[in-house]
Structure formats: structure tokens, C-alpha cells
Design a binder for this molecule. Structure first.
Ligand code: 5GP
Ligand code: 5GP
Length: 229
């Protein structure tokens, strides 16, 4: 009788421990923002930019990151310092990373610092869903699924320094993808509002695009520039 109750209490302790472990490893976010940047708008600011050591990136949107986010607008960051970025995990993705996820920060470099920052700050917060290789491979594959520049150009919106209405930019992306994007602007060195980043949303298992549950805050003028690069 005594032995049986000891067993029972051990079982309860073990299942509590198991629950706590599962709970602490479970995700603390509801969806991802998939963020792409227009290189021309990173480079023509007061701050300027540097091309990566591999050369000037293509005149196309580049990946900024895949960011776990909560439905209430907050987000976790820097979730696991015990699992830092390790370039050897993504050696097979290196050339695709260089073309699709180029860094524009100074001084000129190979991109590892940018990718490492994105993994450490954001990737570690979704490691229960995507390990390091999956995090980068999935993000690259998301970029391949929707061609933002093509969507814009097909609607006559070209990176030529002209101004376009914010609503025409959104409509072009909705028309091509069925998804409502969030547009983030910044200012060029003359202070003109311009198209800087485009946010799309991805479900919490990173299996596909969804409508954004919530949009970030920020302001664009109703008509914005789309600079060349
Ligand atoms: P900024 O203040 O320039 O918009 O953002 C600075 C950095 O904060 C971003 O590069 C990103 O790492 C993080 N960040 C900004 N807004 C969001 C957001 O809405 N969700 C998440 N997950 N990260 C964000
Ligand atoms: P976040 O804004 O994602 O927190 O941080 C971006 C960090 O990555 C900054 O420290 C920024 O200097 C660095 N970084 C390196 N290359 C790039 C780039 O091409 N675009 C952006 N937005 N940040 C970059």
C-alpha cells in the first residue's frame, strides 16, 4: 500500500515536471512578421550604407528578418543565449543568403553579423518551431513564394524615384498575393518619405502566409517615393 502511494506521488511529480518542461519550451508568440527591405531606401538616407564584400546586391527587395510576434503587438526577443548563431549550420545556404538576405550596414562585410543578429534576437524566440537551419531556409523559401518587386512593377510601380500613392502600393501587393501588407517608410537625405520595408505575416508554425493579426505602428505620407537602387 505504502509502495503504491510512493509510486503514485512519483508519477505526479514526473508529470508535473514534464508539463513544466513542455510549457517552458513552448512558443511565446502568435505569428511571424516576414520583413523585406528596399536597398535603395536603406542607402539614400543621411546614414548611407555599405555594399557587402560580395558586391552590390541586386536591385530587388532583400530579407530583413522573420520576427516572432504576439497578437497584442508585443514581441519576445533574445530568447536563448545558450543557442547562439553558428555559421556552420547554414553553410549550404550561404550563396542564397548572400543574394536574398544581403547586408547593407557599414563597414562592408560578409553578412554574418546581420544574420547572427537576426538569429540571436528573433530566431531564438521561435526555436521550438524552427531550428537554426530551418529558420534561415524557411525565410528564404518565403521570399521565393511572393515576388514583391514583380507585383509592384506589374502595376506600373517602379523603383525610379517617382512618387506613388500608398494605396496603389498596397493594392498592387493585395492583387498579386491576396495579402494586405504593412508598409514602413523612412526618409531620404532630403526628408522625403519613401518605401522602406514591407511586412507580411506568417502563421506560428511558419507553414504559410496569413493575414496580419495586428500591424505595427508607424507613419507613411499618402504619397511616397520609390527610389532606384
Ligand atoms: P525599428 O524601431 O527600426 O522599427 O525596429 C528596430 C528593430 O526592432 C527591428 O529591426 C526589429 O528587430 C525589432 N522590431 C521592430 N518592430 C517590431 C515588431 O513589430 N515585431 C518584432 N518582432 N520586432 C520588431
Ligand atoms: P533590427 O533592426 O533587426 O534589430 O537590427 C538590425 C541590425 O542589423 C542593426 O544593428 C543593423 O545595423 C544591422 N544590419 C546589418 N545589415 C543590415 C541591413 O541590411 N538592414 C538593416 N535594417 N539592418 C542591418
Amino acid at each position: 500500500m505504502k509502495i503504491q502511494s510512493n509510486h503514485a506521488s512519483l508519477l505526479i511529480k514526473l508529470s508535473t515536471l514534464n508539463f513544466l518542461l513542455v510549457f517552458s519550451a513552448s512558443q511565446d508568440f502568435d505569428f511571424f512578421y516576414f520583413v523585406q527591405q528596399w536597398p535603395g531606401s536603406y542607402c539614400d538616407t543621411k546614414q548611407s550604407c555599405c555594399y557587402p564584400i560580395t558586391g552590390k546586391p541586386a536591385s530587388n527587395f532583400g530579407i530583413h528578418g522573420l520576427w516572432p510576434n504576439r497578437n497584442n503587438g508585443s514581441y519576445p526577443s533574445d530568447c536563448d543565449s545558450s543557442n547562439p548563431f553558428d555559421a556552420s549550420n547554414i553553410s549550404d545556404l550561404r550563396s542564397e543568403m548572400q543574394s536574398e538576405w544581403p547586408t547593407l550596414s557599414c563597414p562592408s562585410n560578409d553578412g554574418l553579423t546581420f544574420w547572427s543578429h537576426e538569429w540571436d534576437k528573433h530566431g531564438t524566440c521561435s526555436e521550438s518551431v524552427l531550428d537554426q537551419h530551418e529558420y534561415f531556409a524557411t525565410t528564404l523559401s518565403l521570399k521565393n513564394q511572393i515576388n514583391l518587386l514583380h507585383a509592384l512593377e506589374s502595376a506600373g510601380i517602379q523603383p525610379n524615384g517617382e512618387k506613388y500613392s500608398l494605396s496603389s502600393i498596397k493594392s498592387a501587393i493585395i492583387g498579386a498575393s491576396g495579402l494586405t501588407p504593412w508598409i514602413q517608410c523612412n526618409n531620404d537625405s532630403f526628408g522625403n518619405s519613401q518605401l522602406y520595408q514591407i511586412y507580411l505575416c506568417v502563421d506560428s508554425s511558419a507553414s504559410g502566409f496569413i493575414e496580419c493579426p495586428v500591424f505595427p505602428y508607424g507613419h507613411c505620407d499618402s504619397s511616397i517615393e520609390f527610389p532606384s537602387f
